[in-house]
Design a protein around this ligand. Structure first.
Ligand code: ATP
Ligand code: MG
Length: 413
C-alpha cells in the first residue's frame, strides 16, 4: 500500500487521559483512534494487525475441531435470567427494546450457545462438539484506562466444548492448552506467557489463565521456575506452593491475562435442561468447557512487550506489513522506488511504501514508530551501487542488497 494514500497519519498528539503505553503507541502510529474510554476505532494499520491475530486464532481453533459460528451481540434478558446472571454479572450493559423487553449486550455467550447446542445434540453419538466465534464483546468495565488491554467494547474468541463426560472434557482441555500456546507462539508472546492456575469456580479446583509478563499488567502471578507454570496471586494464599511440584520458592511478577480456559461442568447445561441419552438410554447432563482469548487484548499486550524508545516492533506474523519500503529522492537512476515496490508486490510481499514527499528523517522516524519487521531504503546513493539498503526493525545494522536479489533475500531476512 502507498503511504501517500493512507488516510491516517502518524501523530504526536495523544489524548491526555490516555496513559497506557499501548494506547499511546498505537494512537501515535495511526493504528487506533480513541472514541471514548475503552472504545476505539481500528484504523487501516491497526485493523490489519487485529485481523491477523484473529486469523491465527481461527486457524488454531479449526485445527482442534472448532466450528465457527457468529452469535448475536444483543441477548434477551430471559436467557440471562435462566442462569441467574442478569443481576450477578456485574458488567452487563443493559438496554430496553422498542418491544419493552430488556436485553444485554453480549459480555459472554454461554446463555446463547447452550440452548443452541441443545437443539442439535440429542444422544451420545452427537458428542463431543466444539463451537466458537470471534466477536465483539461489551462489558461495562469500571476502569477502562489501559487502552486495548481493558476495553468496554473489545474482541473475543470464545470456544465452547460439549462432552459426554469429564474425562472427555479433560482431554480436550489439554488439547486446547496446546492450541493456545501455538497461538501465543505465532503472535510472538510464547517466551513471556505462562500457564497460570487460577480459582476454578464450582466445578473444578482450578481454571487456567494464560498470563503474559508485562510491567504494566494488572495481575500478579507467582512463577515456579522448575515447572514453567504460575499461580495467580488471587489463589496463592491458599496454595502457597507450585500446584505441580510443591516448590515454595515462587517468583512474583506482573502480568496480563491474555486468555482463560474453564471447566464449566454442568453449570449451564443444568439451567437449560441440556441432557443427552447415553449408550444405556439414560439421560445425562452435557459437560461443558469454555475457552476465551481476546485478540484486541493480545494486540495491546504485544505492543506493551515489543517496543523500544522509537516505537513498536511487531512480531513477523502479525505485523501490518512485512516490509516498510522507503523511497528517497532519486534523479539520475534508471530504477526508482516505484519499480522496487512493484517488484515486491509481484513477489507477493506485503509492503507499505512510503512514497510521500516528506524528508528522510520523518520517513525513518515513522517507520520505527509503525514497526514493520523489515525496512528497505531506496535512494540515489543505494541505486548508484545498484542496491537497496535493508535493515531489520529489531537490529542495528543495515545491509546493502543488490536490486536483483531483494525478493530472494527477503524471505529469510
Ligand atoms: P479480566 O479478569 O481481565 O477481567 P476475565 O477473566 O473477565 O478478564 P474472560 O471473561 O475469561 O476474562 O474473557 C476471556 C478473555 O477475553 C480474557 O482472557 C481477555 O483476553 C479478554 N478480555 C476480557 N475482558 C476484556 C476487556 N475488558 N478488554 C479486552 N479484553 C478482555
Ligand atoms: Mg480473569
Amino acid at each position: 500500500m502507498r503511504q501517500s494514500e493512507l488516510f491516517t497519519k502518524t501523530t504526536k498528539e495523544v489524548p491526555k487521559d490516555e496513559t497506557s503505553f499501548n494506547a499511546r503507541a498505537l494512537i501515535r502510529g495511526g493504528f487506533i483512534d480513541k472514541v471514548a474510554a475503552g472504545i476505539y476505532t481500528f484504523l487501516p494499520l491497526g485493523h490489519r494487525v487485529h485481523e491477523k491475530i484473529k486469523n491465527i486464532i481461527r486457524e488454531e481453533m479449526n485445527a482442534i475441531g472448532g466450528q465457527e459460528i457468529f452469535m448475536p451481540a444483543l441477548v434477551p434478558k430471559d436467557v440471562w435470567a435462566a442462569t441467574d446472571r442478569w443481576d450477578s454479572f456485574d458488567v452487563l450493559f443493559k438496554l430496553a427494546g422498542a418491544d419493552k423487553r430488556e436485553y444485554a449486550l453480549g459480555a459472554t455467550h454461554e446463555e446463547v450457545v447452550t440452548p443452541l447446542l441443545k437443539k442439535y445434540v440429542l444422544s451420545y453419538k452427537d458428542l463431543p462438539k466444539f463451537v466458537y466465534q470471534i466477536q465483539t464483546k461489551f462489558r461495562n468495565e469500571l476502569r477502562a484506562k489501559a487502552g486495548l488491554l481493558r476495553g468496554r467494547e473489545f474482541s473475543m474468541k470464545d470456544l465452547y466444548s460439549f462432552h459426554a463426560n469429564e474425562e472427555d472434557l479433560g482431554e480436550y482441555y489439554k488439547l486446547a492448552q496446546k492450541a493456545y500456546f501455538k497461538i501465543f507462539e505465532r503472535c510472538g508472546l510464547l517466551d513471556l506467557t505462562y500457564l497460570t492456575f487460577a480459582s476454578g469456580g464450582s466445578f473444578s479446583k482450578y481454571s487456567h489463565e494464560f498470563q503474559t509478563l508485562s510491567e504494566n499488567g494488572e495481575d500478579l502471578i507467582h512463577i515456579c521456575d522448575n515447572c514453567d507454570i504460575a499461580v495467580n496471586k488471587e489463589i496463592i494464599d491458599e496454595q502457597r506452593a507450585c500446584p505441580s511440584c510443591g516448590n515454595k520458592k515462587l517468583r512474583e511478577e506482573k502480568a496480563i491475562e491474555v486468555g482463560n480456559i474453564f471447566k464449566l461442568g454442568n453449570r449451564f447445561s443444568k439451567d437449560f435442561g441440556f441432557r443427552y441419552t447415553d449408550e444405556n438410554g439414560d439421560k445425562k447432563d452435557v459437560i461443558m468447557g469454555c475457552y476465551g482469548i481476546g485478540p484486541s487484548r493480545v494486540m495491546g499486550t504485544v505492543v506493551e512487550t515489543h517496543n523500544d524508545d522509537r516505537g513498536i516492533i511487531w512480531p513477523e506474523e502479525i505485523s501490518p506489513f512485512r516490509v516498510h519500503l522507503i523511497g528517497l529522492k532519486t534523479q539520475n537512476s534508471k530504477l526508482n522506488a516505484d519499480d522496487i515496490y512493484n517488484e515486491l508486490l509481484e513477489a507477493g510481499v506485503e509492503v507499505l511504501y512510503d512514497d510521500r514527499e516528506v524528508g528522510a528523517g520523518e520517513k525513518f522516524a515513522d517507520a520505527d514508530l509503525i514497526g514493520c519487521p523489515v525496512r528497505i531504503v531506496v535512494s540515489e546513493r543505494t541505486l548508484k551501487k545498484n542496491s537497496v539498503e535493508m535493515k531489520r526493525r529489531d537490529g542495528d545494522d543495515a545491509e546493502l542488497v543488490g536490486v536483483d536479489e531483494i525478493t530472494s533475500k527477503i524471505s529469510d531476512f
